[in-house]
Design a protein around this ligand. Structure first.
Ligand code: CP
Length: 315
């Protein structure tokens, strides 16, 4: 993955994963995203950065936040934007993903922002793309969601400062099926997070090396004790059908973040959720909309982070 992601000089040529991304590169992207926050929500100051470049959002799975914010980011940098919708494209006639990419590449698209349900699908497209074509992973299977990881780290930095060494962070919920959790874990480790706690029912925790170095528990109260940030994950409801969760009510009782549970965290702890949220399941309305929630800050940071990434790869 790292060889595909970087060139011989160590420069980023695709963004496929945060795993192996060196700390200086990760911090440089976060610092640039922070500087771009003023331009991320309006203004024309950055419109010349990607003028003449074409960016395509190539989504084979649904999205609200990632697709919209990549689209805005590309437009705020002055790129031409092509939105590909798999549900109305020749994909429905059986066209292979690589043929789709090659077709759009032939039209002069320079960068593809790709979401795919299959692990590794974006890396495979990157390996087959023309030299100079840029692939940005907008979420593949349960493996990677690198820009979500970056925007989560930016949100943490804004709240807690750039030194993560004394931070205690809890990641709660369906870690096993979460590409967000994997990208957050890569980034938190790289940035030297003091303590990473992972909490969920055993059926929703991975049994590979995903959780190396983490404190793992199925007790949410213990996981939240004194933490600086609680990162809640979406319960993927199909997990109930798979028998991995007994019922929504049981899950909410054991792993739902309520005001009384949040009181166990540090008084200035922040609450994060990548969205979409299942209100009343993994998080209550009172917490999601409360003063410690940074859910909409995460969304806002998504535009700046995606501008920084597009600029780094295409600018
Ligand atoms: N967080 C996230 O990836 O949301 P979307 O599925 O809406 O893009």
């Amino acid at each position: 993955m790292t060889d595909l992601q970087t060139d011989a000089e160590g420069r980023l040529r695709h963004l496929l994963s945060l795993e192996g991304l060196p700390r200086p590169e990760l911090e440089r992207l976060l610092e640039r995203a922070q500087r771009l926050t003023a331009d991320a929500h309006g203004g024309t100051a950055q419109r010349g950065v990607l003028a003449g470049k074409a960016v395509c959002t190539l989504f084979f799975e649904p999205s609200t936040r990632t697709r919209s914010s990549f689209s805005l980011a590309a437009q705020r940098l002055g790129a031409d934007l092509l939105n590909f919708d798999a549900s109305t494209a020749s994909t429905t006639k059986g066209e292979a993903d690589l043929d789709t990419l090659k077709t759009l590449e032939a039209m002069g698209v320079h960068a593809f922002v790709v979401r795919h349900k299959r692990d590794g699908a974006v890396a495979e497209l990157a390996a087959a793309a023309e030299p100079g074509t840029v692939l940005l992973n907008a979420g593949d299977g349960r493996s990677n969601h690198p820009t979500q990881g970056l925007l989560d780290m930016l949100t943490l930095r804004q709240a807690k400062g750039a030194d993560f060494s004394r931070l205690k962070v809890a990641i709660v919920g369906d870690v096993k099926h979460s590409r967000v959790a994997r990208s957050d874990l890569h980034a938190l480790r790289t940035l030297g997070c003091g303590e990473i706690r992972v909490c969920g029912p055993a059926s929703l925790l991975p049994d590979d090396d995903t959780l190396r170095g983490c404190t793992v528990t199925d007790d949410l109260d213990a996981a939240l004790d004194g933490v600086d940030a609680a990162m809640m994950l979406r319960l993927q409801r199909e997990r109930m059908a798979e028998g991995l969760v007994a019922s929504i009510e049981d899950y909410h009782r054991d792993y739902g973040l309520t005001d009384s549970r949040l009181a166990r965290a540090a008084p200035d702890a922040i609450v994060m959720h990548p969205g979409p949220m299942n209100r009343g399941v993994e998080i209550t309305d009172a917490v999601a909309d409360g003063p410690q929630s940074r859910v909409l800050r995460q969304v806002a940071n998504g535009v700046a982070v995606r501008m920084a990434v597009l600029e780094a790869l295409l600018g």
